[in-house]
Design a protein around this ligand. Structure first.
Ligand code: G3H
Ligand code: 13P
Ligand code: ZN
Length: 311
């Protein structure tokens, strides 16, 4: 099976009351860990690449690694551009083998977001590629853009129908209180997301796939290991998995996870290096890192996304 778009994945996820995981990839071990989990559980999968990932690992290397994953696993896998910053980056990914792109105009004034998103949709659809747009702004850091909690803004449900109709996007990312990175809430804050906004959006866009960014749950077991072995990650707090599960049962069809991959990998490497200070073969510490990613993704697929057996 070649790379797929998210069309059928999202239609099935919407009607089935589950979500598909969209995991950020930057190197071979991360891809292998994620795909190992999806293969074992027969789950559909979105592998996503940010501008920063393309700068780090190179577009062609990442595409070839994902193609290898498709060939080895036989799974339906979509290759998605995460947070496309401009038309040129989206075009480069569409021309270069991606099956899905996000154009992130969420920081722009409403009409400018519409104009940019529409331009990408026209090019993408002419090339058989699907597009994710975004309305509302999440807090946190993505690539080199840092949005403070004060500047973040929830999606306005009264805008979503107009935005989707005028742009022609295939899915919509909304801001309902999730945020990027490992520090999503202040200690003592109630770590809730605005399911009521999601429900309002769902009412206005029946059957339309919604995307949740910033959806890592920041497992405290990883934070504890990182801190035990010399790290300094005090007050790292994520989205409770019970909140994400609720969203996955509603209109949310794609849940983005990156920070939890980073935490699983870093915790495993810190632990290995501390316990084996004389080892210097990268395969020795990348193997447990890859295994930690696989275990974490298996848990997400079964207990958060509910997409096991849906490939
Ligand atoms: O939302 C951002 C993702 O976590 C990607 O992060 O831009 O550092 O690759 P990155
Ligand atoms: P996290 O930082 O919560 O993993 O979010 C990742 C994301 O939204 C990628 O687009
Ligand atoms: Zn994101």
């Amino acid at each position: 099976m070649p790379l797929v778009t998210t069309k059928k994945m999202f239609a099935d996820a919407y009607s089935g009351g589950y979500a598909v995981g969209a995991f950020n990839v930057n190197n071979m071990e991360i891809i292998q860990g994620i795909v190992g989990a999806a293969t074992k559980l027969n789950a559909p999968l979105i592998l996503q690449v940010s501008k920063g990932a393309r700068a780090y690992a190179n577009h062609t290397y990442l595409v070839k690694l994902v193609e290898a994953a498709v060939q080895e696993s036989g799974l339906p896998i979509a290759l998605h551009l995460d947070h496309g910053p401009d038309f040129e980056t989206c075009k480069s990914c569409i021309d270069g083998g991606f099956t899905s792109v996000m154009i992130d105009g969420s920081h722009l004034p409403y009409e400018e977001n519409i104009a940019l998103t529409k331009q990408v949709v026209e090019y993408a659809h002419a090339h058989g590629v699907v597009v994710e747009g975004e309305l509302g702004q999440l807090a946190g850091i993505e690539d080199d853009v840092n949005v403070s909690a004060e500047d973040a803004s929830y999606t306005r449900p009264e805008e979503v129908q107009d935005f989707v109709t005028r742009t022609g996007v295939d899915s919509l990312a909304i801001a309902i209180g999730t945020s990027h990175g490992a520090y999503k809430f202040k200690p003592g804050q109630d770590p809730k997301i605005r399911i009521d906004i999601l429900e309002e959006v769902e009412k206005r866009l029946p059957g339309f796939p919604i995307v949740l960014h910033g959806a890592s749950s920041v497992p405290q077991e990883f934070v504890a290991i990182i801190n035990q072995y010399g790290g300094a990650m005090d007050n790292a707090i994520g989205i409770p998995e019970s909140e994400l599960r609720k969203a996955a049962q509603k209109a949310v069809c794609k849940i983005n996870i990156d920070s939890d991959l980073r935490l699983a990998m870093t915790a495993a490497i810190r632990k290995y290096m501390a316990e084996n200070p004389s080892h210097f073969d990268p395969r020795q510490y990348l193997k447990p890192a890859r295994e930690a990613i696989q275990k974490m993704v298996e848990h997400k697929i079964v207990d958060v996304l509910g997409c096991d057996g849906k490939a």
